[in-house]
Write a protein that binds this ligand. Sequence first.
Ligand SMILES: NC(=O)c1ccc[n+]([C@@H]2O[C@H](COP(=O)([O-])OP(=O)(O)OC[C@H]3O[C@@H](n4cnc5c(N)ncnc54)[C@H](O)[C@@H]3O)[C@@H](O)[C@H]2O)c1
Length: 437
Amino acid sequence: MSTSARHHLEARLGDRTASVCVIGQGYVGLTLAAACAVEGFRVTGIDVDEGRVDALARGELVVPGVEEPLFVQASESSSLRFASDFEDVATADVVVICVPTPVTDHRPDLSMVESAARQVGERLRRGALVVLESTTYPGTTEHVVAPLLERARFRAGRDFWLAFSPERIDPGNIKFGLRTTPRVVGGIEQDSTDLAAAFYGSVVDNVFPVSGCRTAEMAKLLENTFRMVNIALVNELAVLCGEQGIDTWEVIEAAATKPFGFMPFQPGPGVGGHCIPLDPTYLAWQSRRDTGRPFRLVELAQDINAEMPAYVTRRISDALAERGVALPKARILALGVTYKPDVGDLRESAAVATLAQLDRRGARITYHDPFVPRLRSHGMSLRRTPLTRANIEAADAVVVLTPHSEYDLAAITRHARLVFDARNALHQRGDDRVVTL
Ligand SMILES: NC(=O)c1ccc[n+]([C@@H]2O[C@H](COP(=O)([O-])OP(=O)(O)OC[C@H]3O[C@@H](n4cnc5c(N)ncnc54)[C@H](O)[C@@H]3O)[C@@H](O)[C@H]2O)c1
């Protein structure tokens, strides 16, 4: 590509006259689209879900977790429009793909990335920058996305620029958002890296360019695998500590006083959300595909985390038995069913998996969650129970699975016969009505 084409795009990025298409208006894509619009770019948020597009166009924030002030500001800026067709790609300077990358039948499912890339490839214009943000295994940008964009007419790096930049956003995190979380970018050649860095530099404070797409893809998998494996480590430790009569949480707190070389992770019913439990599967799958070797730590950690709902259930059963109550027929009131506090996301929720175990063992389950009026999962169909004093008193055990910050756990404990605190949310010791994982 000519130097003047590069300068042209740099100039348009610099004075914010560049037009941007963001493909996929979920949590990741909508946040980016809104941030770009607020920054002054002309943005089209494209999604195949027409209902979602219509609602967003009406100004309804139908995507949980996206910052409302950001969305309102972007909607009012008149720089942001939404579409269910891909027509605006034909005139876009920058196209960012943020579609889901789930795991289907225990393997990476890139069907939505492929479909989005195909649609973009049919319309892409010479001199545009395309960035993939969806989490995936190394090689996807070069070997899966590039050929679909190139088709017969273009070559990546010659006719358009191509990069990978992983989204690292942490739902519900009020300290680190899109702007304050540093960005890793890696292009298929240096100009692609530089232009992607220039684009993200307009909406993110710190950009960290790396030597290529595969490094950027792998960095994302390392981050999430690191988290998943360390959670498995403390979960296994929690099981051992439970057997040895040692307070796991005190152990972690003590270890965390070391000012270097240690980072605390908390045990619980498992890992949830649609990133931490699934992204390491991309790594493990690629290792087996390309080397024939398992990625042992990932597979072991997945097994350990998967056993936690059964372990939590056993501990609840033991705590009830000590009070003369058998788990079958015991009335359990579960607090919080989403995968983490203060978000409304049920995907891969270990709290739900724990409820399913309790259900299977014959317990009579009710639940409360401010975000979930109705729970249909694992063959259960439950309606939210009001969190009244009578309901708390009637339960044989109140089980804290996901401690949303609106819960007054101290007040709940005063009326409960037994509280099983799977997250150490109460930090309560010495009260024999409170049992901590
Ligand atoms: N949510 C997070 O916290 C997070 C964090 C980091 C990375 N990621 C990664 O970012 C990617 C997107 O995640 P998300 O949470 O925003 O997903 P999401 O499920 O919230 O939204 C994805 C959107 O993409 C749309 N879509 C699907 N196929 C499409 C297509 N072919 N063309 C256009 N739109 C299409 C869907 O209708 C949906 O609205 C995934 O790879 C995910 O792993 C997510």
